[in-house]
Write a protein that binds this ligand. Sequence first.
Ligand code: ADP
Ligand code: MG
Length: 260
Amino acid sequence: MLEARDLTISYDDRIAVSDVTLTLTPGEITALVGPNGAGKSTLLRSLNGQVPRTSGAVLLDGQPIEKYNRRTIGRRVAVVAQEAELRFPVTVLEFVLGGRFAWGPSSGWGWETEQDLRVAAAVLAETELHELSGRLMNELSGGERQRAVLARALATEAAFLLLDEPTANLDLSHQATLLNLVRKRCDMRQASSLVVTHDLNLTAQFADRILLMRDGKVVRLGKPEEVLTAELLNQVFNVEVLVDAHPITGAPRVTPIRRN
Ligand SMILES: Nc1ncnc2c1ncn2[C@@H]1O[C@H](COP(=O)(O)OP(=O)(O)O)[C@@H](O)[C@H]1O
Ligand SMILES: [Mg+2]
């Protein structure tokens, strides 16, 4: 299990995450939503111990995350940051193999083992990128690049996938493809995922739970129908919305109301 317990994080004297408690459990997708500046990215990045805490704890299997070395954390927790820098002219295969780094013996190129290559080939097939494996990362379309970023995270074989806006800028079909890959990893391998997104209707369909944050604090954590209420969304996003049941899936459906 990966847990944040009463976690508070400040940048200088400004609090970005305030007293957040969250447990990521196997097989579950938790969506992390909230207005810009709510502290979503800070919380996500803190869960692999990379962001210094002000107070509280991050626990991996019940132990403070500081007790583990970086390689061990790298094998357990995969973090995909928002707008990851991808200007290096590496091929898709090289990029995805980078996800095996924490399993390798040392730094430098040419360290990858047969096992690393097998895992990379499998995730490239899974993400339907095998035909593009020799293509340079900076020569991919937005959707392909975001799939490659997910492929690299899947190649880590980490039990915890922390994804910051992985579907931003993707069209409807690519959004669904990407989230289906995350769902599959959670179902088949009992992985656990935390996904930041602004698409509330999408969260209602793919998330088991939603964590709604504002000003660094947890507003509510629960099932989609417990979090996606008109009253709460109005209060947090300051827009009037209609929430009804999707006629086919029955999931909560959020529609902004425009009034003149
Ligand atoms: N590296 C940083 N240094 C200083 N302040 C930061 C840094 N990153 C984020 N912040 C601030 O912390 C708050 C939360 O930011 P962030 O976690 O990026 O929110 P979100 O991802 O929900 O938009 C914001 O007020 C932001 O300005
Ligand atoms: Mg962010």
